[in-house]
Design a protein around this ligand. Structure first.
Ligand SMILES: [Zn+2]
Length: 215
């Protein structure tokens, strides 16, 4: 059997990171700038910010859990109250570029510019200097609602057997829908039915990892 166990705090078998990719409208404007003039398309991102994020924060508060939110600089500037709510909830805000544009590998200086602009926006809007960075590489698939819980459970069970790290990546415009918020609660309850699980933010995982490996 593959043993991918890590010395997590408290002798935990697995670390679980709940991460939310708060792209808001950038997920669509970065694909096609003309989407900025298409309210029907943008409304999905607006929903994620207006309803999805508060619903997620409420669920995390009820569960007593801290999560990591990846926030592009553009999102922080255009949804400052939502970004502040995340910080006020004690969650980690991590860096996720400025505009969420896919970076052409031939122009690495573009990525540097995006990183600096994103950092500057988070610092200015919510006074946060993020410690984690989630690069924009390719569009991520968003799973349909059907069977998502079963897929998740099978995957989690197996990773738990191996030990290590489980990172659940979610998008507020999707997981913030009523049926999906129920799903998020179910997933958390499922994870909690296993002993020795450590829920952690990205920074906590990184710190525990280097503490275990630098020793
Ligand atoms: Zn993203």
């Amino acid at each position: 059997m593959i043993d991918k166990s890590v010395n997590w705090p408290g002798g935990a078998r697995i670390a679980v990171m709940l991460t939310f990719d708060f792209d808001a409208e950038t997920l669509w404007t970065s694909r096609d700038p003309a989407n900025a003039r298409r309210p029907g398309i943008l409304s999905q991102g607006v929903y994620g910010a207006k309803v999805g994020v508060p619903k997620i924060l409420e669920t995390l508060r009820d569960e007593g859990l801290k999560a990591t939110f990846f926030v592009p600089g553009w999102t922080a500037e255009h949804h400052p109250q939502r970004t502040e709510m995340i910080v006020a909830g004690g969650h980690e805000v991590a860096h996720h570029s400025y505009s969420h544009n896919w970076i052409d590998p031939d122009y690495p200086e573009k990525e540097v510019e995006e990183m600096e602009r994103g950092l500057e926006a988070l610092k200015r809007v919510v006074g946060v200097v993020p410690r984690g960075y989630f690069s924009i590489k390719s569009p991520r698939p968003i799973f349909p609602n059907s069977h998502i819980l079963e897929i998740f459970q099978d995957e989690f069970r197996e990773i738990y057997r191996w030990g290590g790290l489980y990172n659940l990546v979610m998008h507020p415009q999707v997981i913030g829908r009523p049926s999906r918020i129920a799903l998020l609660r179910e997933i958390i309850g499922f994870i909690r039915s296993f002993p020795n699980v450590w829920f952690a933010t990205g920074t906590e995982v990184a710190e525990a990892w280097s503490a275990a490996h630098d020793a």
